[in-house]
Design a binder for this molecule. Structure first.
Ligand code: NOJ
Length: 517
């Protein structure tokens, strides 16, 4: 079965090449109890039998390289699975042991150590501490099955340097690094000073919480960068560094650290003109200041798919709360119109754009998943109050019909597809010139043709349209409530058909070639 999944990726890589992407990022595929979709790694040098084995991985990489696609893999250094042998050894060895120093074990507070050592909360809800049978507590910023590693320990650092080499030797082009901003903790693990207000997170403009953004972490990435640079070719690291403001995030992409970080500021700006303009301005200012490319992203495996997110009011995307049957349901028709426009506006920007599987099909969020199928620890740790991220993680519809619209032959899937996915199957969209898939393909081909990724950026005054110029291409979006006249130029692509009068519809974006003199 497993085998089928990875063979499935390898056999369909040509579809991604046709889509026009340059690289794939694989979410964690290592041996794992799958308590957090693989972000609970039990062995960093393996492939979970659910997906295949190392030989399948090698084949995937080699086929990708033949097609000119680079392969980035997901490295999860902040925490392991509780099933990892390091943690099992630590539990067995007991308090005060060298084995325990791989993690953060501490005695509890209270008369009999019955209270957690500090007030930290888990990102998935509830306390960030769990007590072991011998009375010590260990910290986990995520699920209790994901104990945090102690990055002060040089042994932990050495283990990961070897893990990096293991995968670089196998030919990977780089790493997406999970939660790098959480790896270093403040000395002594003090209380979070404003946990009441911020819960597990932080508030922009306030003092750094003791579990996020500690300066000592940068030294680790400098070492990693050197390791990457000791390999032939261009190996890269992209950090999932949720660090704000962006001027602070820029520290993470200084020339000797990460190559890129995800732009969560842009993701969280939603689709509101003022916020969007501010996010773009801040991005260029911050990333330019250290000579790093800006990145752009509208979707990932942690947020509500933008075709649904933009069809309702769901707050900050990165809150990762999802949409459940009890929440107001999105207007997916409006959502898709805005989503395509947002994508076109984003793909015109210089820098690196990240797409999430299925957005090229215009897939909506699955908002009515039954509780029995739920997988996200957020759902369980909040007793269903936050349904979490399952709605964007449903297997893709490759071809209409069968038991899973082409995902497999058995119909067995980790999450069920909603009925609406059948008509959105890739094979149906391939045949339809007006499909979302063909829209993405055209946009990506034009982005390459006009080298927009390596281009330039200037806001341009075009009346009521929001516009910027990148090389020969003028990118416009209509935020107003009425259709608007387009500036002069040759139309390359629009996210919605022009009106009968040839105007740019409300919520639409377009690219035009302009004659700049
Ligand atoms: C960020 C990942 O994107 C998310 O899916 C995961 O749950 C957490 N890190 C914990 O590893």
């Amino acid at each position: 079965m497993a085998w089928v999944i990875w063979k499935g990726i390898t056999n369909n890589l040509h579809k991604l090449s046709e889509l026009g992407i340059d690289a794939v990022w694989l979410s964690p595929f290592y041996r794992s109890p799958q308590k957090d979709a693989g972000y609970d790694v039990a062995d960093y040098r393996s492939v979970d039998p659910l997906f295949g084995d190392l030989a399948d991985f090698d084949q995937l990489v080699s086929k990708a390289h033949q097609l000119g696609i680079r392969v980035m893999i997901d490295l999860v250094p902040n925490h392991t699975s509780d099933q990892h042998e390091w943690f099992q050894r630590a539990l067995a060895a007991g308090p005060g042991s060298k084995e325990r120093s791989y993690y953060h074990f501490k005695p509890g507070r209270g008369e009999n150590g019955e209270l957690p050592p500090n007030n930290w909360q888990s990102m998935f809800g509830g306390p960030a501490w769990t007590r072991t049978e011998d009375g010590e507590w260990y910290v986990h910023l995520f699920d209790s099955s994901q104990p945090d590693l102690n990055w002060e320990n040089p042994l932990v650092q050495a283990e990961f340097e070897e893990i990096l080499r293991f995968w670089l030797d196998r030919g990977v082009d780089g790493f997406r690094v999970d939660q790098p901003h959480a790896m270093a903790k403040a000395d002594g693990l003090p209380d979070h000073p404003y946990v009441e207000e911020a819960g597990a997170g932080f508030i922009e403009g306030r003092e750094n919480p003791p579990m996020w953004f500690q300066d000592s972490v940068h030294e680790i990435f400098r070492k990693w960068r050197k390791i990457l640079e000791s390999y032939p070719g261009e190996r890269a690291m992209c950090g999932e560094a949720y660090v704000l403001p962006l001027s602070f995030m820029a520290l993470w992409v200084r020339p000797d650290e990460f190559h890129q970080t995800f732009n969560f500021r842009f993701l969280d700006a939603g689709w509101e003109k003022e916020k969007l303009v501010a996010a773009i301005n801040e991005s260029f200012e911050a990333f330019d200041s250290v000579g790093a490319p800006s990145t752009w992203v509208l979707n990932n495996h942690d947020v509500i798919r933008h075709a649904s997110r933009f069809g309702g009011d769901y707050g900050r995307a990165t809150a990762s709360d999802g949409i459940g049957p009890a929440n107001p349901q999105p207007d997916n028709e409006l959502g898709l119109i805005k989503a395509k426009a947002a994508t076109l506006f984003m793909l015109g920007l210089p820098g690196a754009s990240y797409l999430y599987q299925g957005e090229e099909l215009g897939l909506p969020e699955h908002t009515t998943i039954e509780p029995e199928y739920r997988q996200d620890p957020t759902f369980f740790r909040t007793k269903g109050q936050r349904v979490g991220r399952d709605g964007c993680r449903v297997p893709l519809p490759w071809s209409l019909g069968g038991k899973s619209n082409g995902f497999n032959d058995t119909g067995k899937m980790w999450l069920p597809q909603p009925v609406s996915y059948a008509a959105l199957s890739r094979d149906q969209q391939e045949k339809d010139q007006a499909s979302t898939l063909n829209f993405y393909k055209t946009a990506l081909a034009l982005r390459k043709r006009f080298a927009l990724g390596e281009g330039s950026f200037d806001w341009v005054e075009t009346g009521e349209l929001l516009s910027y110029q990148n090389g020969d291409v003028l990118v416009v979006h209509n935020f107003s409530q009425e259709a608007k006249e387009l500036p002069a130029g040759q139309m390359l692509i629009a996210s919605s058909p022009l009106t009968a009068q040839g105007l740019l519809a409300t919520n639409a974006s377009a690219w035009l070639v302009t004659n700049r003199t």
